[in-house]
Write a protein that binds this ligand. Structure first.
Ligand SMILES: [Zn+2]
Ligand SMILES: [Zn+2]
Length: 140
């Protein structure tokens, strides 16, 4: 059986991508930078290796949001699509830009200490006050 491929893209359709993933690591991030960059009060990310991610149409623009991360967004509509790190360790892809977000689900909350107090997601998933321990290079 082949590994599932999830497709996604920005709001205007200029940038399209594919993520190859089998049981991917998916996290909520409540950090301030994700909030500012995406405009939502929480952002969910799929983390995959660079080999399992490819842009299939258009070209995203990059913004180096910290020493640890560059955020890539559509230059036309501004949708935040994915994040890379300088070491090329992983690519984080925004769950909200998937064509079918129902195919995956988050398993952990990161930066729960920065979560806006009125946002309550009723689940029993593990919550980390800041970085998720095994996800340190991917956020910022
Ligand atoms: Zn766009
Ligand atoms: Zn974040």
């Amino acid at each position: 059986m082949s590994v599932p491929v999830l497709s996604g893209g920005c709001l205007c359709g200029h940038v399209r991508y594919e993520v190859r993933c089998e049981d991917p690591f998916v996290d909520y991030c409540h950090c301030v930078m994700c909030r500012k960059a995406g405009g939502g009060t929480v952002t969910a990310w799929i983390q995959v290796t660079p080999a399992d991610f490819r842009v299939t149409a258009g070209e995203a623009a990059g913004y180096r949001s910290s020493e640890r991360a560059t955020r890539h967004f559509c230059p036309r509509c501004g949708a935040q699509l994915y994040m890379t790190d300088p070491a090329g360790k992983s690519v984080g892809v925004t769950v909200g830009t998937l064509d079918d977000p129902e195919r995956i689900r988050p398993t952990v909350h990161g930066w729960d200490g920065a979560r806006v107090s009125w946002l309550h997601i009723a689940d029993d998933l593990p919550r980390f006050p800041a970085d998720i321990p095994y996800d340190v290079p991917d956020e910022g």
